[in-house]
Structures are given as structure tokens and as C-alpha cells.
Ligand binder design. Sequence first.
Ligand code: PCD
Length: 787
Amino acid sequence: MTAVEEHATPMGHGRMHRKEDARFIRGRGTYVDDVVLPGMLHGAVLRSPHAHARITGIDVSAAKAHPKVRAVITGQDLAGLDLAWMPTLSGDVQAVLATDKVRFQGQEVAFVVAEDRYSARDALELIDVDYEPLPPVVDARRALEPDAPVIRDDLEGRTDNHIFDWDTGDKAATDDVFARADVVSTQDMLYPRVHPAPLETCGAVADMDKVTGKLTVWTTTQAPHAHRTLYALVAGLPEHKIRIISPDIGGGFGNKVGIYSGYVCAVVGSTLTGKPVKWMEDRSENLMSTSFARDYHMRGEIAATSGGKILGLRVTVLADHGAFNGTAQPTKFPAGFFGVFTGSYDIEAAYCSVTGVYTNKAPGGVAYACSFRITEAVYLVERLVDVLAYDLGMDPAELRMRNLLLPEQFPYRSKTGWEYDSGDYPATLRTALEMAHYDELRAEQAAKRERGELMGIGLAFFTEAVGAGPRKHMDILGLGMADGAELRVHPTGKAVLRLSCQSQGQGHETTFAQIVAEELGISPEDIDVVHGDTDQTPFGLGTYGSRSTPVSGAAAAVVARRVRERAKIVASAMLEVSPHDLEWEKGRWFVRGDREAGRTIQEIALAAHGDLELPEGIEGHLDATCVYNPPNLTYPFGAYVCVVDVDADTGQVKVRRFVAVDDCGVRINPMIVEGQVHGGLADGVGMALMQVMPFDEDGNHLGGSFMDYLLPTSMECPSWELGQTVTPSPHHPIGAKGVGESATVGSPAAVVNAVVDALRPLGVRHADMPLTPAAVWRAAQGSPIRT
Ligand code: PCD
């Protein structure tokens, strides 16, 4: 592609530079911390040093006496306002500020509002809290022991740490195929607790206008409308008097889906002081207290014939949700979409049960690039398939090829009840194997093994279920997961698209303009995308679970088609023909059989606002609205091949190559899709090789900085080799599927499979993430010690 082509603006889908980058690369974005209001005060949170302790007293008098402090808020103060506890996204409750006990290290205990950020922080040290330490529960298994300390004694009648039991699939049928199987391979594995760690931490500026009663909150939220409704419900504020503005966001990755204590405290602080209050986390606070993902302790069993036909899967999971169940997922799915753990394979039966437990850790289970636990599910099944290949002595590519679903099986109803919309899996795997020169890689590996060198080739094939979701099945706290869109076309043919979803860096201002451009033939440059302000946009559930393209993207296409239909009626009046005689080509309606007789969308827009006599049924203007309720999820998929070299002496892993062939249906902007895949692949390398949020046995959090919690850089990543296949979604208006999380979902298994494959000559069959040099070295020594 030449530079000229790259820069030409496509009249619709295609590669195009991101419109928003004009401000981002000039440092002209507006993030929450850039918001400065007249008279604005600053808040800071006092956090618990203990993982588990009873609070016997709090003395705030010295902090209140600090000359720059305007307010100090404790849990007791909030209790007086009935705000000490707030609902979580999973229907649990979470302490905004602790009243009775602290239940994780870093939990919010008090909030200071001062004239500047430094004074607020200084004053925290003047608060005197009496803690009576209690034994912490750090281990998920320990949490279930009968004598384990009860963490959530705030919940009435609670005598243990058990949150939920959930199962899916057919147990009897699964037991039956296991009884008939020639081979059963079993593997315990841990998907460690990890953190989304967006570059921008979480924060809010709350401004309660006492005169109008209007509350405006500039905040880091991936779901502005859902936040507005929740504030209304929790604080009893009238919803039309709440405005949530989510300005530019420096990454979300699921970290900015929920409501955090600091946001609520900023609102209360503004209400008490009558001034705007800003609260912004620092890096350690972000890593300690807001959002964790995974922490799934899984046992998987896979049953097969000796010829390598997979028959069934049986899985048990112990899910560590931390001290409050803050998991973000549709209500009916306590283990998210883990139910898609049967992956991309044609199997006879499957069953899984998941038990959720409380521990003395920060609330966990956020949808960090996981499409609601699909990351865990894909990791599980892709590791199991490799373990089975190991046990059968089969090539993992061949084993996968033999069991993948075939194109004629779509739409495919999985054994756990998911309806996969479309796919040609073997074609995608073949493309990846060809790009990687798989056979040559295996030959190279064999030669290296002769020389005692450790080279590994890892495969992963994933299927995701994204675009939550059909209102009938999916809601969050009772809010159905449909998305609104509004499109206005001005008299001169320029347009404004208003969306309910919110971009954290995905480039929605570009891709959503392209969706409308494709449908109407108006240049993307002439279409402004408005999002992230509840006063300016229609209701919808926000951006996470790669749902924007599947849901809001569909809404954008449908609303544009509605505009096109209105334009057709206006054009028929302009051309004095029946609408039935008109034909559309991108950008204009013309008379069938007479291409010269036509009107462009711009001409039509002007006429719709002018003095033209409009036909019955059309009042004027072309504007339209839409609420899109998706009929199903979309099912993107992909085949990944990872090549690693392992230094047996140091345990160092070098990811030498990574081939990723993604199929997300029709690509709106291939350049943006590739960027999304690059980011997700880097994420996957980070999780597979470097990341875990560790705790010691006292519940001390040991990952509070980027010196401890490592982020992958270009040094750890190879130059990605991307490929694609395109299988449109049959039910999506433009055939697109989500892609934002695909690479994070698919890549960890490929990397781990590669490292384990490298260690195969040493008899290694499995090793848990993160495969740090120490972990690899220990695995190579035959020690199963976990990191
Ligand atoms: N696309 C295209 N085509 C297709 C698909 C897609 O073009 N077919 C594109 C779109 O439009 C956008 C993107 O791409 O722009 C993405 O998309 P999606 O898939 O739909 O997704 P969304 O919804 O938008 O987003 C979300 C995601 C998520 S979910 C995550 S994690 C991550 C991702 O996104 N995050 C982020 N990516 C990203 N990027 C950035 N830059 N940042 C961020 O933060 Mo979750 O649940 O939240 O955890």
C-alpha cells in the first residue's frame, strides 16, 4: 500500500488514519485529570493497611483541623446518608467507605477533601484509625474450609465465604462419554489474578450545582449511561439531574466499567462543600484497589478416542472474587461467558461447574479484555487440547484440524447452548499454519532438539462470543443490553452521529463515521461522532466485552439506513417519480434505467430542509434514531501460532515469532483492527510470561507498582505477523463481529503452549502462568512449584 492510498479517505469501510489522533498526537486530548473547574477542591482516599481487620474507632479531628482541609468523610458519615454501601455489578454490595471491617489491603476507609491534592494527601496521615486485626483468607481453597474466618459477616445470615455455584452442560451425558473414552487427560491450571493497568488511572471530577440541583460528573467510565442510572438509583438523585461526561480516556480494558468508591466520595464531597471535587487515583492505588481479573483455579478433563477424536470436556473451577463480588457480566451469568469453554471443537458432551468464593483481596472478576471470562475458557480448552496431544503423542495442529467445527455446521449450537453464528475454522487454521511455515518450523525444532536447544511452537484456536447482548437473555442490574444511536443530517449534508457507547482508545470517532459513510456515501470527514456525554447521547450500556461494533455498530448502520430510506422519499418528490422507481448507489438515489436522473445525499438533505413539497408521511429533515437489540452475539475466531526460544540455564523465554490470523467478519477499518490485535497480543505475552498480582499470606498486596507488576514492552514482543480470513456475521447489519479482545483471549494459550512445547524434551507437560524465568527454570528442573 502506498502512502497516498493510506491517506486517502475511504467513502466507507477501509484503511483510514484515526480522526481522533489529530488531537491525541498533539497532546490536545482532554482526560479527566485535565478538567479544572473554578474553585475545584481535591479528594484523597485513606486506605486500609490490613487485609482483614475490625475497625474499632476513627479519629478525624486532627485532619479536620488541617488549615487546607474542607471536609473529612468516614463510613459512618456515609451511613448517615445511606451511602456507606453501594451495589456492585453482580448484585452484591460493596463498602464505599468501611464502617465495620476492612476486607482487603487498600480498602477505602476515609476521604479527605482539601484545597489542593498535596494537602489532601498530607491530611490522610492525620487520621487515626484503630484496627483490630483478623486472620486473613488469601487462598481460594482455604476460603471454603469450614473453619475459615467469615469475610462477609455484613451479609445477614452469612456463615461461610461461598458466593455461588453455577453449572452448565449435561453432566450425565458427559460422564457417559468419559466412561467410553480411550483416553482421558486431566490437568489442573491456574489463570492468575491480573490487572488491566490502563495508562490513565481511574478518577472523577464531581460538581453538584446546589442551585439547579444538577450533578455533573466527569469520570473515567466505559459506560456513562449505566453509571448515570446507578447514581440515580443508589443516591436517590433524579436521573435527569445527573450528567455523566466521559471525556477522552487513556485505556479502559474493563478497569473503567464499574463504579468505584472514589467516584461516590467525590460526589458526596462536592455535595457537602458546594464546590467541584476532583479525585484521581495514583498508580499504586489503581493496582491495589480498582479491578482485578481472572484468578480462576481450573481443573480440566478431556476425553478422546485413541485416534484423537475429542469426545467430551469436564471442568471444575474455583473462582476467587475477592472481598466483594464486583464482577462485571450480564446478570444471569455468574461465571460470565465461561460456558463457551467447549471452544472451537465438535464434541459430544460437556459439563462444567464453577464455585465463586470471597477472599481478603480487592474485588475481582472484572472483564479485563476477556469478553466475560472467555479468556479463561479459551486458555483452559487450548491447554487441554495440547495436553491431550502430548498424551496421545500427536501433533497439536493435526489434533486441532481433526476436531475443528466445519463450515457446514454453522450456525452451530454448542453443547452448552451457545449459537455460533458463522465460521470456516479449518481455513483459518490452514492460513495460520501456512503463514508460519509450520512444517519447516517443526523440522527446525527437531534439528535444534538434537543439539539440545529448546525451541517451542505453540498453537491456539479460539472462538469468542461478543456483543452482549440480546435483551431477552442479557442485562446488567436489570438494564437490558440494547444500544441507541441517533443520526442527524444537516442541510448541507454534513452529519452528526450520537452514540451510547464510549471509546477508550479504540478509535470510534473514525470507525463509526466510516459505518455511516459506507451506508450513505457521506465522507467520514463530514460525520462527527458524539459520545461519552449522557446529556448528548441516547441511552445504551457502554463499551466492554467488545460489544460496541456488534451492538452500537449495528445501531449506527441501521440508523443510517433509516436516513437513506427517508432520503429516498424526499428524492422521489424531487425527481417526481415513485420511490419504487429509485435505485441506490453509494451517495445517491437515481431513477432506475436512467442513471443521469439522480440526486446526491447532500442535495436531498438540502431539499429536506427547504421549501420542497414533501410527500405524505415525511415531515422534513432526514434525521433518524434507532435502538438496536442484537438477535445473538457475534462469534469472532482466530488461529495463532507462537514460536519461542527458551534458555534452559536462565529460564528466559524469547518470543521469536507470532502469527495471528483473526476473523472478525467484515472489517470496518483494517488498520484499526490490526492495532487492536497488536495491543491484545502484547497483553497476552504479558500475562503468559510476566504478570500476576501477588499477595503474601497476610494478604499484603505485592504488586503495587510497575516495578512489581510488569507490563510488556516492545522488547518482549516480536514483530507481529498478521493474517485474516473474513466470515461475515449473518445477523449483523454489516457482517462485522467484535475484535477488541480477541487477541488477549487467544494469545496467552499460544504462548504457554509454545513454552511447554519447548520444554517437552525435559518431560514438561504443563506449567502455570506467568512463565517467568524462575518458573520456567523450575519447570525445567522437574519441579512443579508455582509462582
Ligand atoms: N472494528 C472494526 N471492524 C471490526 C470490528 C471492530 O473496524 N470487524 C473496530 C471498531 O470499530 C473499534 C475497534 O475495532 O474501533 C474495537 O471494536 P470492538 O471489538 O467492537 O470493541 P469495542 O467495544 O469498541 O471496544 C472494547 C474493547 C475492550 S472490551 C477492551 S477490554 C479493549 C479493546 O476494546 N480496551 C481497549 N481495545 C482497546 N483499545 C484501546 N486503545 N484501549 C482500550 O482500553 Mo473490556 O470488557 O473493557 O475488559
